[in-house]
Design a binder for this molecule. Structure first.
Ligand code: MG
Length: 374
């Protein structure tokens, strides 16, 4: 395959409700969409998931897009690609920048599946047609408000509830939910808001029968996570500090986690994600599919990956209406009995709306021979 042309769009989708995490408040999903066209006229899509501020990982949306345009696309377009796994090797010498790499690499997977005339899910070997899903709930102002919000999502059918926490909005909030719903599958995500000195508080949280506590400590810390895991019954799940299989191997060998929140964008693409899944299966680590508030294209990739039978725990892959009034696809993802259907059409199996102009802030085209025109 030879990539001949790349069209990009800068898009903004308003969230139905603001999302608060320990990092701050988000009101809209601002992102870039890539459409890679090959020499046969097939088009593969990729969604750049980096956030505007470098508060989740070091990458920023503008910085990542600059790297894609200035370095990753020129490198890709110089090459003949016979399998998407080659893209990881092609970008292998570039340090970090996983989300920029993933936006391009995922588009090549979509393209590869389309050239073969099969769905991406089939290409990835998934046997399932639906995926059980959970919901991630931002920090609510009071325990009562949180209980009400949880109740509404349970009513919709979500099979697992994840609750964002930060100091001051943690134990009492989680306890109120556990008392209201004694038997639900629930977990907490701290987005690295705690330190070792919070150990007593974390031990209190340990009594609430959570499925896991996600990323309590810093994004470079493996030592204190390992020390904490020795003192908790609850599994520690790592998110922010697992950017590659090598990171996970270290975390596993040190005993820093018993579960992994796997996000395609955070680990640089599908090839690395598949290797991480294999490692988790071999070593009996719990692995599940996380979310980055994806728009439709990113959600379709998550579903294709989450169909893998290694994922035994519901992912953070909510229905379209959890986040957006209107998404970029012709069809929304709808919750059916707590599950979402994996698209079965060729490639990622979804179509973009004809009219994306109301969401589009800027756009341009990158050509193989003419370089760039905007
Ligand atoms: Mg997380």
């Amino acid at each position: 395959m030879q990539i001949r042309k790349v069209e990009w769009k800068e898009l903004s989708l308003s969230f139905r409700a603001n999302i608060q995490t320990s990092y701050g408040v988000q009101t809209a999903k601002h992102f870039f969409l890539l459409a890679l066209e090959d020499e046969q006229g097939f088009t593969g899509y990729g969604e750049l998931e980096a956030f505007e501020l470098p508060d989740y990982t070091e990458e920023t949306l503008e910085g990542a897009f600059g790297l894609i345009r200035g370095l990753l696309l020129p490198l890709l377009m110089e090459q003949e690609i016979s399998h998407p796994r080659e893209v990881r090797a092609l970008f292998g010498w570039i340090r970090g920048n996983e989300m920029a790499k993933a936006a391009v690499e995922t588009a090549v997977w979509d393209l590869h599946a389309k050239r073969k005339g099969i769905s991406l899910a089939e290409l990835l070997g998934t046997q399932r047609s639906t995926v059980p899903v959970g919901v991630s709930i931002g920090i609510q102002p009071t325990p009562e408000a949180l209980v009400k919000t949880v109740g509404a999502y349970l009513k919709e059918g979500y099979q697992r509830i994840k609750i964002k926490i930060k100091p001051g909005s943690d134990y009492e909030h989680l306890k109120a939910v556990r008392e209201a719903y004694p038997s639900i599958s629930m977990m907490a995500d701290a987005n690295s808001a705690y330190e070792w000195q919070d150990i007593e508080l974390l031990k209190k949280i340990d009594t609430l029968d959570l499925e896991m506590i996600e990323q309590p400590f810093g994004v470079n810390d493996l030592f204190y996570h390992a020390e904490l895991q020795k003192q908790l019954q609850t599994k520690i799940c790592l998110d922010e500090n697992i950017r590659s299989l090598a990171d996970l191997e270290q975390a596993y060998r040190l005993g820093s986690c018993q579960a992994v929140n796997l996000k395609i964008a955070r680990v640089g693409g599908i090839a690395e994600a598949l290797d991480i899944i294999s490692f988790c299966v071999e070593n009996k680590l719990l692995v599940w599919c996380g979310g980055m508030y994806e728009a439709g294209i990113g959600r379709a990739f998550n579903l294709a990956l989450a169909g893998n039978e290694a994922f035994t725990f519901p992912g953070d892959i909510s229905a379209t209406d959890r986040y957006f009034e209107k998404d970029i696809l012709t069809e929304d993802f709808v919750l059916e009995n707590g599950s979402l259907r994996i698209p079965s059409g060729i490639g990622i199996g979804v179509e973009l709306r004809e009219d994306l102009s109301t969401f589009t802030k800027s756009e341009g085209t990158y050509y193989f021979d003419k370089k760039e025109g905007e």
